[in-house]
Design a protein around this ligand. Sequence first.
Ligand code: SF4
Length: 288
Amino acid sequence: MISSFDPWQSSLCTCSQKLTFNPYTGCDHKCVYCYASSYIVGFNECKPKKDLLERLRHEAPKLKGELVSVSNSSDPYPRVEQYTGLTRRCLEILVESKCRIQIITKSNLVVRDDDLLKQVPSTVAFTIITNDNQLAKTLEPNAPLPSQRLSAAEDLINQGIPVSVRIDPIIPFINDQPQELIKILAAIGVKHITSSTYKVKPDNWKRLSTVLPDVAEKLEPLYFKEGERVGGNILLHRDVRMKILKNIRDLVDVEGLKFGCCREGLERLNTASCDGSWLLSKVGGGGV
Ligand code: SF4
């Protein structure tokens, strides 16, 4: 249930050691670009893990203050969470066991659990790939709007819970010039940005081509002729990825924030631990 973080054994991962825990299998946000959907049949039928609370109650007391990342294969706040409250009950158990917690989400519902997050060293990473609500509705149809996530981020920051933002994925011709978003994030007090370019998998490419055919037409040569295959993914050519991410790193630098890129093989661009976990060292009682 709680396991070592090892994202599909990717040799490109530069995360420091941490544990991971997913309350749900699948996710109902239905993001067009989702990578996890290619691993699980019926991914959008979001289901709680079997015997979730019993198993967690058994495992969590054995931990010794490790960092637990919730979640990496699905969102811990899918739409059903507002009725089930399961993630909240899991957090109660993790807090009782004095774990350090990193939440990764696209939902403003995380604010509901701020009372728990304040009891242990915690950080929240919101994925926000654009500040354009309309565009987000096309790409992330069931997720809360970016404007709601930004308000939630500001709320948590004002309560002393450090927040990072994942501008991930960056898709050329869609969101590869995020100056405005980065300025907004800096203004509300976000301290770290993690970014990564879009990686094509057969199912996410099919969805992207359906909702944004004009963009897919422009992306096709960049990925399928000039791109490179890494594992089961097709990436943009390394030089193109370097150019895009260096530009974002420079924009982030100008605003005085830290930057990390995720699974790109370009870690020399990083100015802090890629996943923003360094923010926990700013929180009482925790070190990374
Ligand atoms: S929130 Fe994450 S796991 Fe859920 S559909 Fe979107 S990309 Fe996939």
